[in-house]
Write a protein that binds this ligand. Sequence first.
Ligand code: SIN
Length: 282
Amino acid sequence: MVALKTNAYALIQAKPFSPILGAEVYGVDLSKTIPDAQFSEILDAFLKYQVLFFKNQKEIPPEQHVIFGKRFGPLHTHPAAPTMVGHPEIFEIHVTKNSKVANGEFWHSDVSCDETPPLGTMLQIHIVPPYGGDTMFSNMEAAYDDLSDPMKKMLGGLRALHSSEHIYKGRYSDRGKRDEDIDCPEAVHPIVRTHPDTGRKSLFVNRTFTTKILGLSDCESDAILDMLFEHAEHVNYQIRFRWNLNDMAFWDNRCCMHRAIWDYWPEERKGRRVTIKGDKPV
Ligand code: SIN
């Protein structure tokens, strides 16, 4: 991969977070309507950096968060997670000292078990623990690029099953969601997907949802998936984001994975997440 550089935008400032992935974005007020010209620079930066961290934000009113999400496409409804009262499009992330689990503790691309997994996710954090609670991201295009040609060739013809029952069953019971109220989708996707907007190829498997490579024996499938998970989680492809109050992260689920770190118990962390529908991976 070519190292990321600061981009000369006219209406936003995008400062690379690392040479490999992500940018901090300044000069945008997400609590207000974003003018079209500024929006097109944000979209350009999103496709270039894979994950944007909007800095120096106020708390975004839920209605405005939904409106901003819809600028990128129709919204995605999470099959299992609790939503905000009065705002069914918003998934509330909330971890307290009484939580049994925190969201997204293993590497994943959001809801990759859906037939049409989300394009992207925007999360604003309103209660930041005094320490910890970082989120990590990994560049799956760079992970793909570094594979050998014979491995790329083999993976190019393979598809994998993404399942969710082992993740979603009982997961949100402490937030009032009963198993009878949730769906546990599963879907088959290519292991190497092509980004619909940039045309770049990336690895599309993750430790949370990907359970089996079709057409291989269990033993072969387990060995190759383990190798791919370890490879994609290599520190070379990663960044680790430390949240400040009201930071908003917007990540592209089609080409990066993420993982939230629950190292702040018994402290609290709370935020609101809006997710945009994506296409069937090809
Ligand atoms: C997630 O959406 O997977 C969780 C991200 C986070 O809480 O930082």
